[in-house]
Design a protein around this ligand. Structure first.
Ligand SMILES: Cc1cc2nc3c(=O)[nH]c(=O)nc-3n(C[C@H](O)[C@H](O)[C@H](O)COP(=O)(O)O)c2cc1C
Length: 188
């Protein structure tokens, strides 16, 4: 079984990105299972607090990311970039020699109210994840633009093309996780 953890960049109860996360979960091959990580209570990063030790909420999230076979990030775009809360969380988790993103297979999806679907946030996120040595899958990419026309109020996706893109990405992510595991395991 591949244990994948999910981070949603929006805390909104009716978040379209959370709906997209659920669609990704429902589209996963049977070998994968998803646990969405709660991060609402993570405080603003403060190096002085870190110097006293990782806050328990951060330490727990860090461990769950570290143990996971893969990480799924599903996020809106805020002001052409990464939502502050998500970036703050990545900053916390990235500290320390044993930071959990190194060699972690990552897939990114984004949904926005506007037509571009979060192209700009994805490339900012890729840049950040590059610094922490994450193994971000390149293709297929999933950008869900005009998202309000593609999901019903009950969270179901009504757009066939979106469902196909997400299913193709999840199938590719299964293979990506296997490929990164092979790369990370020294030949013997
Ligand atoms: C602070 C803020 C900034 C936003 N900036 C962008 C943006 O740069 N590009 C974009 O396409 N949509 C932007 N939006 C609109 C979001 O795409 C839209 O609100 C989306 O539904 C948020 O995701 P959610 O439904 O998962 O909460 C912004 C929304 C907020 C709240």
């Amino acid at each position: 079984m591949l244990n994948v953890v999910g981070l949603c960049g929006s805390l909104r109860a009716a978040s379209y990105n959370r709906m997209l996360m659920r669609l990704a979960e429902a589209s996963m091959p049977t070998s994968m299972r998803l646990e969405v990580l709660p991060w609402r209570d993570v405080a603003i990063f403060d190096a002085d607090v870190l110097a006293q030790g990782l806050p328990p909420a951060v330490a727990a999230l860090r461990e769950r990311v570290r143990r996971a076979d893969g990480l799924l990030i599903v996020t809106p775009e805020y002001n052409f970039s990464i939502p502050g809360g998500l970036k703050n969380l990545i900053d916390w988790l990235s500290r320390g020699e044993d930071q959990p993103f190194a060699m972690k297979p990552v897939a990114i999806l984004s949904a926005t109210g506007g037509p571009l679907g979060g192209a700009r946030v994805q490339y900012d996120l890729r840049k950040v994840m590059l610094f922490v040595n994450a193994m971000v899958m390149v293709k297929p990419e999933v950008f869900v633009g005009n998202v309000a026309t593609k999901f019903n109020a009950d969270g179901q996706c009504s757009d066939d093309a979106t469902r196909k893109f997400v299913a193709a990405q999840m199938a590719a992510f299964e293979a990506w996780i296997a490929g990164v595991k092979r790369l990370a395991t020294p030949a013997n």
